[in-house]
Design a protein around this ligand. Structure first.
Ligand code: BDR
Ligand code: CA
Length: 308
């Protein structure tokens, strides 16, 4: 059983990562920490709590993280990709209420699960960096870290050079890639290939055993509309954060290179990630996912979401 504490900004692909984590019998989601990113921290928090309520899992703590990065006052959010409230066209009922847990719950969860705990971060790195600063002894107890972010010598998505999570708060991202032990990064090199297509979504939508089935088609269509415009000819939409969670349980879905990464903090290359890839350079400890075994990815998605 993989015990996961998920840092995220749901957001459509974060939301599908949450759904997958809740439905996979081999994953125990022990908490969700929400931050600004795809949308505001408040909206991301409401969305995470809403998904937990749909799944009848309101006992899983929802913890509010950062509402802005360290360098900037204003945040940029992305309703054009994720919808006005972050779940495509779906609106959360106005009367929806939920409980928020204090930030210190993160320390409590690490101390409870220690080296059984896996931290996955599919949002901007600000909150996780804060956890490292606040709880330096506890973060060493964690088994491993998985971070969705970066684009290594492939085009970025926030800028020509930078991927959105690392672009959002490059200081915190650079701190995390330099500090977190047992770190796996899933950059755009792999996640941009983690494409779900309309036929895959149609099958999940018809599955009466999946509580999230009614959400799948509207959120997918919304998200895909954006990708059709930004990547002409793309056959579906890439679910970056879903792949990041899937890799925890299925490491062989991707190929890795072993290098220590750097994220550029300012200048025109802000948020750009790189490794020293010269033939004689020293290999590092971080695992960076570069290739995706696509058929295996779809098979694994269907296994969980169709409950096959
Ligand atoms: C990453 O940025 C966010 O918009 C997505 O949710 C994903 O985590 C992709 O670059
Ligand atoms: Ca995300």
């Amino acid at each position: 059983m993989k015990k996961i504490l998920l840092f995220c900004d749901p957001g459509i692909d974060d939301s599908v990562a949450i759904m997958y984590s809740l439905l996979d019998p081999e994953i125990e989601l022990v908490g969700i920490v929400t931050s600004y990113g795809n949308l505001t921290m408040e909206q991301a928090t409401a969305n995470a709590a809403y998904l937990l309520q749909l799944a009848g899992k309101t006992d899983i703590p929802v913890i509010r993280g950062a509402s802005k990065p360290v360098q900037e006052e204003a945040i940029t959010i992305y309703p054009g990709i994720h919808g006005p409230d972050g779940l495509g066209p779906i609106e959360i009922p106005e009367e929806f209420q939920y409980q928020i847990y204090p930030f210190d719950t993160i320390r409590y969860l690490i101390e409870k699960y220690k080296d059984e705990l896996i931290i996955v971060d599919t949002g901007r790195s600000t909150t996780l960096a804060t956890v490292f600063i606040l709880y330096p002894d506890q973060v060493k107890m964690v088994n491993s870290y998985y971070v969705m972010g970066g684009a290594f010598f492939v085009p970025g998505n926030a800028t020509a050079l930078a991927e959105a999570n690392f672009y959002g708060d490059p200081t915190s991202s650079n701190f995390i890639v330099k500090t977190a032990h047992n770190l796996t990064i899933t950059p755009l090199n792999a996640t941009q290939k983690a494409i779900l297509t309309q036929d895959i979504i149609d099958a999940v939508s018809k599955n009466k055993n999946n509580v999230f089935a009614p959400l799948m088609d509207p959120i997918f269509k919304y998200y895909y509309e954006f990708y059709k415009k930004s990547v002409p000819g793309i056959p579906g939409a890439p679910f970056h954060d879903l792949l990041t969670v899937m890799v925890v349980k299925n490491p062989s879905l991707v190929d890795y290179i072993h290098y220590d990464a750097t994220v550029i903090e300012s200048s025109e290359a802000k948020g750009m990630s790189y490794i020293d890839y010269r033939p004689t350079s020293k290999k590092g400890k971080t695992k960076i996912a570069v290739n995706l075994r696509y058929e295996e990815f779809v098979k694994e998605f269907n296994k969980v979401m169709l409950q096959e």
